[in-house]
Design a protein around this ligand. Sequence first.
Ligand code: FAD
Length: 344
Amino acid sequence: MVNFDVKSMRSEAATDVLILGAGPAGTATAIQCAQAGLDVAIVEREQFPRDRPGETLHPGIEPLLQQLGVAEQTLTPDLLRHPGIWVQWNQAHFVPFGKDDTGVWRGFQIWRADFDAALLNHAKKLGVKVLQPCYPTALLLSADRVAGVKTSQGALHSTFVVDATGSHHWLARQLKLPITYYSPRLIARYGYATGEIPQSSPAIAADNQGWTWTVQVRPQLYQWTRLSFNQQIDKRWIPPEFAQLQPIRTNAADVTWRIVEQPAGKGYFLVGDAASVLDPAASHGVLKAIMSGMMAGHIITQIFNHAQPEQIAIQAYNHWLHTWFHHDIQKLKELYATLPTPPQ
Ligand SMILES: Cc1cc2nc3c(=O)[nH]c(=O)nc-3n(C[C@H](O)[C@H](O)[C@H](O)COP(=O)(O)OP(=O)(O)OC[C@H]3O[C@@H](n4cnc5c(N)ncnc54)[C@H](O)[C@@H]3O)c2cc1C
């Protein structure tokens, strides 16, 4: 088995790991690598704080954030918490997260601008260099390896490039990596509204055309997501249960189920939405972004420490990500099969 020479690559590269994007996937990768003593840089296009959807977190995120050393900064005591989710698929029923000896598990309602900024600040404290606002313009290749990126602030050479830029798949498109689609085109509309209405736990309710998610994010702020399988949603649409609220903004996102066939290769790793996307009914997008970032960071560290040859490590990451993605697809299919009109 031929392993690339980490030592010689390292002497040519300015940085061990260059991460594109400072969402949860990018910062989790950065923290994991920096904790292991690697030299890390992040390139982020937007000035923080910036908004992103994805406010409802499963309680399973807590141990991961503890491992990254950011649980206290991100899961602050003022967050709204809930013991489960109301699901009205056929009949309304409450799906609890579970419990153990310490009590009932409760999820978290975060605000992504604060959450992402806290992760990025922690990365900076660990010595991660952050270029912001800055964006990649082209990949740098050396023989058949990814060896860095050209950015709006100049060329950055690195031993590994990690794409964490989210669902537009920047690096996959640069390398023309195949992306496989597993659903018809799915566009989710989402929005925010202010005011005061009685709300309990987050709720997802299905109807003949799709489903609607409603949730209170923090005092006087509510979020909704609507996924219509075969129908366009009017830009002014708002869920009837939010009719008394004041809408503040709406947006749309392509949530077609998809995965980049080779999420890791010579000199690169794709993490979070940059590697694979599912619609938000699968939930856990932020959890998965963090898990894939930590896994990529762990594998990259193993390569640097000569604990695994690069080729084997890459295969392990690709296998892990595919297994996980197909498991989730199966779950989503089973869920949608119980609807009167599943996506065609
Ligand atoms: C409507 C909707 C509702 C959702 N609700 C939930 C939820 O309740 N819970 C949940 O867990 N998940 C939810 N998700 C999924 C969640 O939003 C994503 O899975 C998660 O944000 C993925 O994290 P990421 O770090 O991979 O990417 P992102 O969060 O998209 O972060 C990417 C980062 O890269 C930066 N970037 C982008 N392009 C470039 C570039 N060219 N150069 C440099 N930087 C760049 C961006 O500015 C951003 O900071 C929802 C998704 C949608 C669409």
